[in-house]
Design a protein around this ligand. Structure first.
Ligand SMILES: Cc1cc2nc3c(=O)[nH]c(=O)nc-3n(C[C@H](O)[C@H](O)[C@H](O)COP(=O)(O)OP(=O)(O)OC[C@H]3O[C@@H](n4cnc5c(N)ncnc54)[C@H](O)[C@@H]3O)c2cc1C
Length: 380
């Protein structure tokens, strides 16, 4: 790629911060940096035509923890870390809702509903509701976060599920609107976003960072934030983060669809909601953990078939519908269920490993990446 004088001068000279990845984390990092340093030249680099990881592919659940998910987390993660992550998720959501107004992202607090088939599994969760409510009160200041909901399954026309626990504070958004709005704010702030450019490698010379692209271009930036999440290993092979594909389908519009709220099933491995009177249903990664550890955005028969089967039997029994769309996105996970925000070298910080929490946590992680870059105390 040979640049003109104008291209070089306008986009590539004297860059103060270059952000790699235009997902929710990368955009928030760029916005936060430019807000703190209005005169800085900030450039966001994205390999896709659109952000091409998870931020435009997700289910839009503003979830900060269901009972079975947190119970499972506490069984293998230090308990304080689990509640700290809940706090980050909740604060991240509030930050997102402050930056992008509720009506723009279609935020609705319709509740989160965890559904169970097994009495034993339900009782194991129901038994700890009061203890978790106490913890939620201490951590978030919210009263009675979880309650048993005896009517929801019938009211929403579900079948096969027998028990339900409600998170009274869970919300949902329109993911497309959120990303469109974040991109709009990024442009308004005078930040450039260049798409279809894939970073191949970076080198920190201590005075600046050299960025090499797949198209043979190389440029300099004073500082770099890597926000490539599930793709992080390509630039940072030693990091404890690996890709985890998540597959989704959406039905045709359904007359009188009763579904309302954000539904979780099997510790959140399955999730479904109503979007424009259609069902969005995703999950099933637990059917093939190894196979789904990939950056390939293909769909697989084993998971799509299972989604269709549960959809037909449990979510839309005796209803006519078609599957109109299917897609997948790539998350970043690792041995610990919390983001990695750290210096890679003097002028390079990474902010990756959002797991299935990025809608909630991503805005705050963007800000924390800038804190880390600037050597500031993180202020939760
Ligand atoms: C199907 C699905 C459902 C989900 N549902 C939810 C949900 O309901 N609630 C929730 O909180 N979370 C959910 N998540 C997770 C959430 O979407 C992610 O945690 C979040 O979007 C991660 O944001 P990010 O900015 O870290 O990464 P991403 O959005 O993946 O952004 C990383 C970007 O980096 C770009 N990139 C990668 N490598 C390079 C390179 N070398 N050069 C240039 N660019 C590069 C990619 O193209 C990508 O756009 C879901 C995820 C999926 C896939």
């Amino acid at each position: 790629m040979i640049l003109s004088y104008w291209e070089k001068q306008t986009y590539f000279n004297n860059i103060n911060l270059l952000v790699i990845g235009s997902g929710i984390v990368g955009l928030n990092a760029a916005i936060d940096y430019k807000t703190r340093f209005p005169k800085a030249k900030v450039l966001v680099i994205e390999r896709g035509v659109l952000p091409n990881g998870a931020s435009t592919k997700n289910a839009g659940f503003c979830c900060f923890g269901s009972v079975s998910e947190l119970k499972d987390d506490i069984s293998h993660i230090e308990e304080n870390t689990v509640w700290q992550t809940v706090l980050l998720r909740y604060k991240g959501l509030n930050k997102l809702r402050k930056l992008v107004k509720d009506n723009i992202i279609s935020y609705q607090q319709l509740g989160g509903f965890e559904v169970f088939e097994s009495k034993t599994e339900f009782e194991a969760c129901a038994d700890i509701i009061s203890c978790f409510n106490k913890k939620m009160k201490e951590t978030l200041g919210l009263k009675n976060v979880y309650t048993v909901d005896k009517n929801k399954i019938k009211q929403n026309g579900l079948s096969g599920f027998k028990y339900c626990i409600k998170n009274n504070f869970e919300g949902q958004i329109n993911t497309g609107n959120m990303m469109h709005a974040l991109l709009g704010i990024t442009y308004q702030k005078g930040i450039s976003i260049l798409n279809n450019m894939e970073v191949d490698k970076i080198q920190d010379t201590k005075t600046h960072v050299e960025i090499y692209f797949k198209n043979n271009l190389s440029i300099k930036s004073k500082k770099v934030i890597i926000a490539t999440n599930g793709f992080a290993k390509q630039l940072l092979p030693d990091l404890d983060v690996k890709p985890a594909r998540a597959q989704v389908l959406v039905t045709s519009p359904i007359k009188n669809l009763k579904l309302e709220g954000a539904f979780h099933y099997q510790q959140g491995y399955y999730y479904f909601r109503n979007i424009d009177n259609r069902v969005l249903f995703g999950g099933g990664r637990n059917l093939d953990f190894k196979g789904e550890e990939t950056i390939d955005m293909q769909l697989t028969e084993i998971i799509q078939n299972k989604l269709e089967q549960i959809l037909k039997k449990n979510i839309l029994p005796k209803q006519n519908y078609k599957i109109e769309q299917r897609w997948s996105g790539i998350m970043g996970i690792g041995s610990e269920k919390k983001p990695i925000i750290k210096h890679i070298s003097k002028n390079v910080v990474c902010a990756v490993r959002m797991g299935g929490m990025g809608v909630a946590i991503g805005s705050l992680v963007g800000q924390m990446a800038v804190d880390e870059l600037e050597g500031r105390q993180r202020n939760l």
